[in-house]
Write a protein that binds this ligand. Structure first.
Ligand SMILES: [Zn+2]
Length: 153
């Protein structure tokens, strides 16, 4: 639903746009995001995925300081620590993820309005059908969301 990434996040943490149109995520990272979404339920979870060449390798769980089923706001200090860790590991932020506990995996109007990172993928995990989580990724540029395929590697 409503999505907010802290605007104070340094932009240098944002990644270069991968040239391929498929987002590659290892099964391990998919499972980490799903279990995070389930643990946070019924509030939204949020976090970051980082890696190289458009392939995710690290999941960073963030605290949703909104503690809301309808919105998220990443804890700014945790974001800072995550970006520092990425720099240390030589990896880049690839995606920003959050969950929709009761609605589908489409970006909400607010998710689109508050998407500050045109180079990042926005991943939404829907738990609307709890036994069958739906995960979708979008690029959100100039107020337009375009779905990007996810390949599990
Ligand atoms: Zn949302």
């Amino acid at each position: 639903m409503r999505g907010r990434l802290h605007p104070a996040l340094p932009v240098e943490g944002a990644t270069q746009a991968p040239t391929n149109k498929m987002l590659k995520i290892p099964k391990k990272n998919i499972e980490e995001m799903i279990s995070h979404a389930r643990q946070a339920y019924p509030t939204e979870c949020c976090g970051l995925l980082a890696g190289n060449s458009g392939i995710a390798s690290n999941t960073y769980r963030m605290t949703n300081i909104d503690q809301s089923p309808f919105s998220y706001l990443m804890e700014p200090k945790e974001q800072f620590v995550a970006l520092k860790d990425m720099r240390k590991k030589g990896i880049e932020m690839i995606a920003i993820y959050h969950s929709h506990p009761k609605t589908d995996a489409e970006p909400s109007i607010t998710d689109i309005k508050l998407a500050y990172y045109p180079d990042a993928y926005y991943i939404i995990l829907s738990l609307a059908e709890p036994m069958r989580p739906d995960i979708r990724a979008h690029r959100i540029i100039d107020g337009k969301a375009e779905e990007v395929g996810i390949t599990i590697v």
